[in-house]
Design a protein around this ligand. Structure first.
Ligand code: COI
Length: 358
């Protein structure tokens, strides 16, 4: 791999004093540096790392009108004074480029991506929280930054990578979240943008999520948009069901985001000799399984959420309760193993971790 030359401008002062490492919220504070690269005239320009700060835009900027934007969410973990682990950067990068293709955003190269991550981690290593359950969240984003109002593919793009020290994503922490199927809303349909990590998917989910929260639920459990019976995902995470001795995970149908943690969960379950089925699963099957006692655990998986136990699901006026208000043993083993690999405390048989010497 030839390392691209990054232009580096170091911050002259640090905002690290603003960080309360004992009370980290998700994505509120940002590291001192950010990566930046511009695309115009058919090519990406010079990559640079510079102090994090405001960007100048005009109200005519394309992305603000038509939403041509893709992003990623990944994490880096403190191992020791000399080492930081990035979790599965290649898989995140590949999904980033798939999202770019779907959204007509120019693709980028892995060498620039990984070099930028390594540089940001080295420069802002003091920002990486050390406590268990915390991490440095990494958010790459590319958006259309041309200034015109015609609804067509932009010719200019801005690419940034920012970082943020984070704790748990859900206020529930490790306590089970409650889900509800949406009333009259759909998230995505095959052929649409559901499997891309693009801004509009999230904007479209805010109203149903807000309604769910007003009714006392943590999040929406999305069903397929055509028959409204097959379970897809939660919007901020993928979902898994432990039924008897089988781990059932909704298959990737073209409208579900291919989660990196989702993939880690199914791989670990296979490693442990658990029967893993990636298939279509209806909400009725889940309710029947709860009623006949074979549904033992339900949990979400995602970079931000890691493993998040689900305590109840509401659908059509009926609610099932799963478990005893605590995380299930299988979800806990997954959490311990994934975070153990991430923090460099457990073997990494699949080579998921990219270690950076800091
Ligand atoms: C992630 O899990 O990293 C995500 O991007 C979800 C986001 C909505 C916080």
């Amino acid at each position: 791999m030839t390392k691209p030359a990054l232009k580096i401008e170091k911050a002259t002062s640090s905002r690290i004093g603003e960080v309360d490492f004992d009370n980290l919220q998700f994505g509120r504070l940002f590291g001192d540096h950010m990566f930046h690269m511009e695309y115009r005239d058919g090519a990406w320009g010079e990559p640079e790392v510079k102090p994090f700060g405001p960007i100048e835009i005009t109200p005519a900027m394309n992305v603000m009108h038509y939403g041509q934007a893709v992003f990623e969410g990944m994490k880096a973990f403190y191992v020791d004074e000399n080492t930081v682990n990035i979790f599965r950067p290649k898989m995140h990068f590949e999904r980033f480029n798939r999202s770019c293709r779907r959204m007509c955003v120019p693709e980028t190269d892995y060498e620039t991506f990984i070099t930028a991550l390594e540089e940001l981690i080295r420069l802002d290593k003091q920002w990486i929280p050390k406590k268990s359950g915390t991490a440095m969240y990494i958010r790459p984003v590319i958006y259309a930054s041309d200034n015109y109002l015609a609804a067509r593919v932009s010719g200019v793009y801005s690419y940034y990578i920012i970082t943020s020290p984070v704790g748990a994503y859900y206020a529930e922490g490790f306590n089970p979240v409650s889900l509800t199927t949406p009333d009259g809303f759909v998230r995505a349909v095959k052929g649409g943008t559901g499997e891309a990590k693009t801004a509009g998917n999230y904007a479209a989910s805010f109203l149903p999520a807000k309604k769910a929260q007003e009714e006392g639920y943590t999040q929406v459990l999305w069903l397929d948009a055509i028959e409204k019976k097959y379970i897809e995902e939660v919007g901020t995470m993928n979902i898994h069901f432990l039924m008897g001795d089988t781990l059932v995970t909704p298959q990737l149908t073209g409208s579900v985001l291919a989660g990196v943690t989702r993939n880690s969960v199914t791989q670990l379950a296979k490693d442990w000799g658990i029967k893993v089925e990636e298939r279509r699963i209806t909400i009725d099957e889940v309710f029947e399984s709860a009623e006949n006692g074979t549904l033992t655990e339900v949990f979400g998986s995602g970079t931000a959420a890691v493993i998040s136990p689900v305590g109840s699901i509401q659908h059509n006026g009926k609610t099932i309760h799963i478990g005893d208000g605590k995380i299930g043993a299988f979800a806990e083993k997954l959490f311990d193993t994934i975070t153990g690999i991430q923090y460099g405390k457990l073997d990494d048989p699949h080579g998921w971790v990219h270690s950076v010497s800091v």
